[in-house]
Design a protein around this ligand. Structure first.
Ligand code: HSE
Length: 333
């Protein structure tokens, strides 16, 4: 392995979107990128160093067991390049363990940044396969990698997908409860078998949902987002979820779902609806009635995938201090 051609002064910063997975019935197969972001910067260093900003970053390891370090090394291995010591900087506005794809965005941001650092030898499809192998399912990573809506399958080696441009009228409200729910725990609540009736119920809705999103037939969402595969089994972990699913449409939503493995609840709403306030209040008050504080965010679909910014270190110290200014766009790269 060689690193002779790696530019030691090159820094690559990637802005990567959050995502919501499943969209109701499309368990492990439908995802959508959201306008909430993480930023990851990578460069070659003499000794591995970290600069981590944002909620929950304090608890992350700052050695070679860190997910970013390990994921970057996978790219270098695949490409036959050796870069054992890395400068790693990260900031994220994506809350951890809430069903908004924070780990998927970290994986995608890292794969894309590491690949760009060495001249992008790996294709997007290869990065998608690597990301899906790491996550175990393609929905969140596909959305973060390609932007928009991603319909995907995974056979254990290859992820196959179609990317759809989200209907332009679609806005997204998310109610993010102030508690963490690890995906492992939410997956542990699922049964190992389903009835044929429930399987048919979900196949019909997931297909209808994909077609409704592709054709912009948004009045179908209220039917097409129903699910019998995972949400009912996760209900006990998310007090208020069932009421939100049952009543969101009466309160102005086009459709509603558990975002990924939860606990965040997601409601689609028409961009021009005058009932967004009513819907926000309904989501927040439903959680409040269960004694749960929830943050409400109005988001949009993110239609682009990761954005890559490259720059050269000129004076190391100054550049090291300016990562957050670059994130905030105060320094153009
Ligand atoms: N499809 C996944 C799930 C998304 O629902 O468990 C969370 O990572």
């Amino acid at each position: 392995m060689s690193n002779q051609n790696i530019d030691r002064n090159k820094r690559v910063m990637v802005k990567v979107p959050a995502s919501t997975a499943n969209l109701g019935p499309g368990f492990d197969s439908l995802g959508m990128a959201l306008s909430l972001y993480g930023w990851i910067e990578l460069g070659v260093a003499d000794a591995t160093m970290y600069e981590l900003h944002g909620d929950g970053m304090d608890g992350l390891p700052k050695d070679k067991s860190n997910l970013v370090y390990k994921t970057a090394q996978l790219v270098f291995q695949e490409a036959g390049v050796s870069i054992p010591e890395l400068s790693i900087k990260m900031y994220s506005e994506i809350p951890l363990a809430r069903g908004l794809g924070s780990s998927a965005s970290t994986i995608i941001g890292t794969l894309v940044a590491a690949n760009a650092l060495i001249g992008s030898p790996l294709s997007s499809q290869r990065l998608f396969n690597m990301a899906t192998a790491l996550e175990g399912h393609p929905d969140n990573v596909g959305a973060s990698l390609f932007g928009g809506i991603v319909v995907a399958s995974w056979d254990g080696e290859s992820a196959h997908y179609v990317r759809l441009t989200p209907p332009s009228e679609l806005d997204v409200l998310v109610a993010i409860p102030k508690f963490h729910l690890l995906t492992e725990k939410a997956r542990g609540a699922l049964p190992s078998q389903l009835s044929m009736g429930d399987a048919v119920f979900n196949i019909a809705r997931s297909s209808l949902l994909t077609a409704a999103l592709a054709s912009g037939n948004l009045e179908l969402l209220q039917y097409a987002m129903q699910d019998r595969l995972h949400q009912p089994y996760r209900a006990a972990l998310i007090p208020g979820m069932v009421k939100i699913l049952d009543e969101a449409c009466e309160n102005g939503a086009l459709g509603a779902a558990l975002s990924g493995a939860g606990p965040t609840m997601l409601a689609f709403v028409d961009k021009n609806s005058d009932r967004k306030k009513q819907l926000s209040l309904f989501l927040q008050e439903t959680f409040a009635a269960e004694g749960i504080e929830a943050e409400l965010l109005q988001l949009a679909a993110c239609t682009t995938g990761p954005e890559i910014f490259s720059y050269q270190l000129t004076e190391t110290k100054e550049a090291d201090q300016s990562f957050m200014q670059r994130v905030k766009g105060e320094i153009k790269v």
